[in-house]
Design a protein around this ligand. Sequence first.
Ligand code: AMP
Ligand code: MG
Length: 340
Amino acid sequence: MKRFTALLLIIIFAFLLCSCESSKSDIYIDEMYALDTIITFKVYGDLEEAKKAVESSKKEINRLENLLSVNGDGDIKKINENDDAVSVADETYALIKKSLDISKKTDGAFDITIYPVMKLWGFADKNYKVPTQKEIDSTLENVGYDKVKLLSDNKVSCDKGVELDLGAVAKGYIADKVSDIIKDSNLSAVINLGGNVVTVGKKPNGESFTVGISYPEDTTDYFCTVKMEYKNAVTSGAYQRYFDENGVRYHHIMDPKSGEPIDSDISSVTVFSDDTALSDAYSTALYVMGIDKSVDFVKDEDNLSVCILNKDKSKLFVSEKTAKNISLQDEYKDIEIVII
Ligand code: AMP
Ligand code: MG
C-alpha cells in the first residue's frame, strides 16, 4: 500500500510539473529597442517556434529601420543627400507612393516632406529649440508633397532642399512585416511598436485579443480597452514626444502648412484597420485635421475605424463599427462616448 501511495505521489508530481511547463511554453515574451522606441513581443504557441520567429522579426526590424529611417544608411538617407533622382528598393518606392496618396486624400495634413521642419525644431537630433518666424518661413519653401516625383524604374526625385521623413508611417509598415513573419510560423501574437499595436490570429482560447489605449499624459495607464476586430490599433498624440520651453509645450506632430506643432483639439486618436501603415499614416493625419474634419473624413472610409479623445478628455468619438468593442476603465467612466 505504501509503495502504491508513493507511486501515486510521483505520478501526481510529474503531472503537475508537466502542466506547469506546458503553460509556460504557451507565451513567449521579448522586447527590443529600435525605431526610437521599445518594441514588445507577446507570442502564443510553441516556445521554440516563437523564439525563432521573434529573432527573425528583430532582424527584419533592423533591416527596415536602416532602409527607411532618416538616421539609417539606406534609401531615405540616399534620397535626402542627393539632388538627383535616386533608385530605391520596391518597398521604399511603394511606401512613398502610399504616403503621397494619403497626402492628396488628406489635403496635405499628412506630408512626408516634413523633415526640414522636424530638424528646425530640433526633433531630429533632440537639440530642441523654438525657431524664429523667418526661419520657419524659409524652411517651408522646402516642404510640400508636390515636390516629390515618382519616376519609372523605382526612381524618386525631390526638388533641391526637400528631405523625406517616414516617421509617421514606417513603424506601421514594419509592424505588418513582423506580423507576416509571426503568421507564417502559425503563431498568434500581440506586438507593440511604440503606439502601433498589431495582432496576429486569436488568443489561445479562440477569443479576439483586447488592447488598452494609453491615457494621454500618463502612458502607464489606459483609459479604455478595445476588443480587436481589425488587425491593428495605432495611436497618435502630442504627449508621445515633446519639449517644454518658457512654460510652453512643443510637440512632434507638425502642421505642414504653418511649420509649427499643430494646435489640435484632439488629445489622442487611434485608428483601427487591417493595414498598419495606413493606420499609422491616418492617425497622424487625423491628429493634424482635428475632430470635425476627422469625423467627416472617417465616415467615407469603409476600411478603417477610429476612436478620438478630445482635448479636455471629456468626450470619446467612436466609429459605429468599434463602439460595441470598446469599454471604458472604471476610473474613466465619466468620459462621454459619442458614436460617429
Ligand atoms: P506619429 O507618431 O505616427 O503620429 O508620427 C509623428 C512623426 O511623423 C514625427 O516624429 C515626424 O517624424 C513625422 N511627422 C510630423 N508631422 C507630420 C505630418 N504632418 N505628416 C507626416 N509626418 C509627420
Ligand atoms: Mg503615424
